[in-house]
Ligand binder design. Structure first.
Ligand SMILES: [Zn+2]
Length: 260
């Protein structure tokens, strides 16, 4: 029996001060979803430490997926020639993109296109993402322009990921959005989709592999997010206990009481 996943029933509104929408019904240990939609940021962060990219892909198996726009973004960066990368500040990102393209090519990461039925939702999701940007810019005292193409492009991957997740749930499956972006997590929540971030993924790895030390995971988390996918402050781990499996002797039912 598949575990209870997110559903599309209306959810309680999030407090405005909440930067990252944490789904309180999801435990520390990984619950398998039909499809886990990863956004560009979390994938670059994982690819920055390829050991953890491999561990993540092994744990998630065939459920790892990206939306078409995310695959396109990664392929575009990987397509920048090595010689052109330094002056475009793409050396690090390019190396990560190269690793990820291999996973797209061998179909370890599958690519999903939003359904034609999701077109109506597209405008809504896009508007919600832009609105959160506007609010965040206002809070920082920065001028914000809706026509900023960089921003619109950045949101394209997140928007499509949310649309695909909604498609999966509407088709009777379960889906989760993997993102470190607080805005994307909030918009996903509004659409009935739960989000998980790199902190959650590393904690899931701790439950799956008792040889992983919590201090190592905290160090890895800090290194992975130093360049990519900064996590909002209210979701960042305070210390290594965020990556502690409370299980004993290979059983970690305390990390997910429902699964035993
Ligand atoms: Zn555990």
């Amino acid at each position: 029996m598949l575990p209870r996943g997110p559903n599309l029933r209306p959810r309680p509104p999030l407090p405005l001060t909440r930067q990252y929408a944490v789904d309180p019904s999801l435990p520390q240990r990984r619950r398998p979803f039909t499809t886990a939609l990863a956004d560009t940021g979390i994938l670059y962060a994982l690819a920055h430490r390829s050991l953890y990219l491999e561990k993540f892909l092994t744990l998630y198996g065939e459920t790892v997926a990206v939306a078409t726009a995310v695959a396109d973004e990664i392929r575009k960066v990987a397509g920048v020639p090595q010689v052109a990368r330094p002056h475009r500040n793409l050396v690090l990102m390019g190396a990560c993109a190269d690793r990820l393209v291999k996973k797209l090519d061998d179909k370890t990461i599958t690519v999903h296109e939003p359904s034609e039925e999701s077109v109506e939702l597209e405008a809504v999701v896009q508007q919600q993402l832009l609105e959160l940007d506007r609010v965040a810019a206002g809070r920082r005292g920065v001028a914000w322009h809706q026509v900023d193409t960089g921003r619109a492009k950045r949101h394209h991957g997140e928007m499509e990921s949310i649309l695909v997740a909604v498609d999966v749930i509407k088709a009777g499956g379960t889906a989760v959005l993997l993102t470190n972006d607080g805005g994307a997590s909030r918009v996903a929540w509004e659409q009935g989709v739960s989000a998980r971030n790199l902190r959650n993924v590393l904690a899931e790895l701790a439950c799956a592999d008792p040889t992983l030390k919590e201090e190592e995971l905290l160090t890895a988390f800090n290194k992975m997010t130093a360049h990519f996918a900064t996590l909002p402050t209210d979701a960042r781990p305070a210390d290594s206990s965020a990556f502690r499996c409370r299980g004993l002797a290979g059983k970690c039912s305390s990390c997910d009481p429902l699964m035993g």
